[in-house]
Design a protein around this ligand. Structure first.
Ligand SMILES: [Zn+2]
Length: 122
């Protein structure tokens, strides 16, 4: 079993390096306030304040909110801001759209069924 210091999930400003909503294993923690996470076999060093850290194995889908403006279409209001959400698989980081608010979702890529963490969105 691999030794992991925990898992980190990125904040918005580093979302171009890490996938939003996905947890990455922390392989190193430095005293100067950085953590090193493993992303696709590469080590990425990030300021601790930019990530959310947890110590238990992630086993819930993360919910990511995406904001956008809907073009006015029939029956869809008048171009108001809409928030759509997608879920990120805790095991393989696959992004999947979710309809409604299911308690658990089965990943179409890895086939695992995991509960959804609706308590927070990122
Ligand atoms: Zn998956």
């Amino acid at each position: 079993m691999r030794v992991t210091l925990g898992w980190a999930r990125c904040a918005d400003n580093v979302a171009d390096i890490l996938r939003r909503g996905a947890w990455y294993p922390i392989v190193e923690e430095s005293v100067d306030g950085h953590v090193v996470v493993e992303v696709r076999q590469q080590r990425v060093r990030l300021p601790r304040r930019d990530v959310t850290i947890r110590t238990e194995v992630p086993d819930h889908w993360s919910i990511v909110a995406r904001t956008g403006v809907l073009r006015p279409t029939l029956g869809a209001g008048r171009g108001s801001d809409v928030v759509t959400t997608y879920a990120v698989c805790p095991l393989c980081h696959y992004r999947q759209d979710v309809a409604g608010k299911p308690d658990s979702v089965k990943c179409v890529r890895c086939g695992a069924s995991s509960p959804v963490d609706w308590s927070e969105t990122c």
